[in-house]
Design a protein around this ligand. Structure first.
Ligand SMILES: [Fe+2]
Ligand SMILES: [Fe+2]
Length: 306
């Protein structure tokens, strides 16, 4: 809170915001993980099990998928997992940069600041867990080239204020929905299921925090910020679909004609449904906050996200 006098409703909202952050801090003390010791990195991989559940694999249900041998499907699941984890790493890298910057504009004694720091610590461990997992499953990361790295760094300049939270939610909630489908799948590699379980637990707090921060901010937004936020919401979803169907993963998995496979994946109603389920919750929340404008609605619908 600044030095100026604040209205009673604003003070109440601030108190609620702080007590929510305190709850998240308490929850973090009770349940947090250290991927170095909380995962059995030496356990052998199951030679028959997939690395992702079939229904979240981008080609699932297509004629190309139906023609694949179990071994080819397993290979594709390995590469798709490596891609998801790679995108997860650089997304969390960017998020931590944004959060660090936001901290300089806030009160370092607030619970909000303290939970922000806790979340950054979680993300540091997640990036390590994902990196170890890519290595353990015998894959290589899908890493941005120089131009893509510039783009990611450039996002730091445009993502400000409410956009930090929208960006956090789009990344975290869609990933979360994919991960939740991996939790109780007995046909999945146990190491992957365990890593996803850890991630889902800690991300549930991050999602709550971002939703609270966004809901707190919306009533005070200027019209310009509202329009800008809606624009970012509109482009964020297609960007996400684009990243999840990186054509290199088809090439590495030995699927012939990586780009043709990507076209097939992007038009695949099954993977649209999987992503759509992930985005449904988020879409409803953003819509309730008035953050999906007419353009956003059209784009999200076309991608099967609403
Ligand atoms: Fe994370
Ligand atoms: Fe997170």
């Amino acid at each position: 809170m600044g030095d100026h006098a604040t209205s009673a409703p604003a003070a109440t909202a601030h108190a609620a915001h702080e007590s929510f952050a305190q709850r998240l801090l308490t929850g973090s003390v009770k349940k947090s993980y250290d991927p170095v010791v909380d995962l059995d990195w030496d356990a052998p991989l199951d030679p028959d099990k997939l690395f992702l559940p079939p229904e979240v694999i981008s080609l699932y249900g297509t004629p190309l998928w139906d023609a694949m041998t179990p071994e080819q499907r397993r290979e594709l699941s390995r590469e798709e997992l490596a891609n998801v984890l790679s995108v997860g790493i650089w997304f969390e890298n960017l998020l931590n940069r944004l959060l660090l910057r936001e901290l300089m504009a806030g009160d370092p004694t607030s619970r909000h600041a303290h939970y922000t720091l806790t979340e950054m610590g979680d993300e540091c461990r997640h990036m390590m867990m994902f990196g170890k997992l890519i290595d353990r499953i015998g894959a290589r990361p899908y890493w941005p080239n120089r131009f893509e790295r510039w783009t990611i760094s450039g996002l730091q300049l445009v993502l400000r204020g409410s956009m930090v939270w929208v960006g956090a939610l789009v990344g975290e909630e869609i990933f979360d929905a994919i991960q939740r489908r991996t939790l109780d799948d007995p046909d999945l590699q146990p190491l992957v299921a365990r890593a996803m379980r850890i991630h889902v637990t800690e991300e549930a707090r991050h999602i709550g925090f971002a939703r609270d921060a966004l809901a707190h901010r919306v009533p005070t937004m200027s019209r310009a910020e509202l329009h800008y936020t809606r624009l970012c919401v509109a482009v964020a979803a297609p960007l996400f679909v684009y990243l999840m169907t990186n054509w290199h993963m088809y090439a590495r998995a030995g699927v012939e004609h990586g780009r043709a496979a990507r076209r097939l994946a992007r038009a695949n109603p099954h993977s649209r449904r999987a992503l759509g389920l992930g985005a449904a919750n988020l879409g409803a929340f953003l819509d309730k906050q008035g953050l999906i404008g007419p353009i956003g609605t059209r784009i999200w619908r076309r991608r099967g996200l609403l």
